[in-house]
Each structure stands twice: as structure tokens, then as C-alpha cells.
Ligand binder design. Sequence first.
Ligand SMILES: CC/C=C\C/C=C\C/C=C\C=C\CC(=O)SCCNC(=O)CCNC(=O)[C@H](O)C(C)(C)COP(=O)(O)OP(=O)(O)OC[C@H]1O[C@@H](n2cnc3c(N)ncnc32)[C@H](O)[C@@H]1OP(=O)(O)O
Length: 283
Amino acid sequence: MLRSVLRASTTRLGVTGSRFCSSAADKLVITEVDDKTGYATVTLNRPPVNSLNLELLTAISETLDDLQNNKSRGMILTSSSKSVFSAGLDIMEMYKPKVDRMKEFWSTLQDVWFKLYGSPFPTVAAINGHSPAGGCLLSLCCEYRVMCQNYTIGLNETRLGIVAPTWFMASMRNAMSRRDAEMALTLGTLFTTDEALKVGLVDEVATSKEDAIAKATAFLDKFKKISPQARSMTKQALRSKDIMELEDNRTQDIDLFVYAVTQPKVQKGLEMYLEALKAKSAK
Ligand SMILES: CC/C=C\C/C=C\C/C=C\C=C\CC(=O)SCCNC(=O)CCNC(=O)[C@H](O)C(C)(C)COP(=O)(O)OP(=O)(O)OC[C@H]1O[C@@H](n2cnc3c(N)ncnc32)[C@H](O)[C@@H]1OP(=O)(O)O
């Protein structure tokens, strides 16, 4: 039985909420912990497409802190949308940006990556919708991915004329072969669910969100008889090189992001991309 709500994360207005004071629908991230298993289902809840702006990233980051502080037994990351897991970074954070906010935005994305990629507790993404770019990154930070049929997933940055940071690339390389990762990253491939399964970008296919959650739960159950400490130390040792690389370069990474995104050519590209998205949704 799910009991809500472990923590009321940042609201859509960007204000930190208190434990049970407002309805789950108001939260950017909804956390429910199963009494029996102790697993937390963390639901991204920023309609319409869970694009990752500063407030949503902050809410995710706070949620990950809570799970770690509460010694979570496992986390399932999913979305409240019927067709989108996450549309990736909110392009409005990069289009005509204010530099201070942009730096905070990127630094918070780095925080989320550190906390999710390096989490001591086991993590699964139940990908119940499209998952391009930053959405794909969130799922890649998890240890296991279950994806519903007929959606797309991938790091499509090159199609936007931008270069995925090295830690995005490392997360993809951790899930699939180096060769497939190179092809996918250079082409900016958005895989269908079945294609993603074939290259190992996802681990299982599900017929519905419920099926995805059930399969995610079954994955977490596999660790029931494994020492949590031995498990987390093994995971963190395997991922430590990627983590240290970003830790050593955090400031340069932020500076490079600001430099790259503020280039007139990139701004023009983002403008055209936004226009195309708006025109599509207006149809
Ligand atoms: C160290 C670093 C060095 C150098 C690095 C330099 C740069 C790296 C920087 C950036 C890395 C970026 C990674 C990213 O994540 S960029 C975002 C990429 N995302 C996408 O390409 C996805 C775009 N969206 C879609 O394809 C679709 O929306 C969809 C498939 C997810 C869902 O389709 P739907 O048909 O269900 O919904 P839509 O009608 O398309 O959209 C509804 C609504 O939402 C707006 N929207 C969609 N996606 C975004 C987004 N990512 N950001 C902001 N807004 C988005 C869309 O415009 C519609 O708005 P309106 O209703 O028209 O207002």
C-alpha cells in the first residue's frame, strides 16, 4: 500500500512546502513510500512535459537528499504525464538567459547528477513516456530502466546543434557499448522503445505504467538478500571515475555551458527549435 507523502518538495511556485500541507497535485515532485517494501516512487510532476527548469531540478535534488537521509531502500523514478517522462532541460532556461540563474541552473543539474548517479540506494527509471536529452540523462543515472512501448529516448543534443557534456556521455557509456554510445551521441539518435532495448539503453519493455512499476519493483527486490553496504560501495566504486571527473571540473563545466549557450549561433538555433515546437503543439 502506498502512503503519501514522504516529503512535500518544492511547489510549482518554487516555494518549499511542508510535510502534508498541500495536495500532491501542487508538487513538482511527488514522493510516495511503500510501507511494506520501503521503496520510494518519485513522480516528476511539472505539466505538460516535465521540462527540467531550476525549480524542478531543485525539487529533485531535495528529494534525493531526503531519500538518502532516510536511508531509502530503493527508488523508482517516473512521471505523472500520460505520454512524457521528461522533455529534458527546459529550453527557456537557455534561451535569452540571465547568466546568474543559468549558472545556478547548471550547478543544480550537476547536483542532481551527482546525487542520482552516485546514490547509495538502488534506483530504477519507469519510463512511461518520451524521454529525450535531459530526460534520458535522468533515466541513465538510474541503475535500471523499464520503458513503456511506443515512445522515444536518447541524447539528441547534436540534433539541436549542441554538444552533450562529457558526464552526459559517460552516463550513456555506462549503460551501453562504447560503439553504440558513440553512434547514438554523434547522430543524436532518438530510439524507439524496441530499438532502445536492442542497444541496451533500456533493460526491459513494459505494457503500461503499472507494468513498468511492477517490473521496477521486481528489480529492486533482487537486492533483498544483498548487503546494502556492499551493494552501494560496489556501485559507487564502478561510477567513481565519472563522478570524480566532474567534481574536479565543476566550475569549468559551468563556464563552458554559459559560454556555449550564449553563443549567437546557439541562441538562434534554440529560437528556431522553440518556434518549431510551438508550431507543432499549435496544430
Ligand atoms: C559543459 C557543457 C558544455 C557545453 C554544453 C553546451 C550545451 C549543452 C546544453 C544543453 C544540453 C541540453 C540537453 C537538453 O535536455 S535540451 C532539451 C531537449 N529536449 C527536446 O529536444 C525535446 C523537445 N520536446 C519534444 O520533443 C516534445 O515536446 C515531446 C516529445 C517531449 C512531447 O511531445 P508532445 O506532443 O506531448 O508535447 P508538445 O506539444 O511538443 O509540447 C508541449 C509544450 O511543451 C513545450 N516544450 C516541449 N519540450 C520543451 C522543452 N524541452 N523545454 C521547454 N518547453 C518545452 C512545447 O513547446 C509546448 O509548449 P506550448 O504548449 O506550445 O507553449
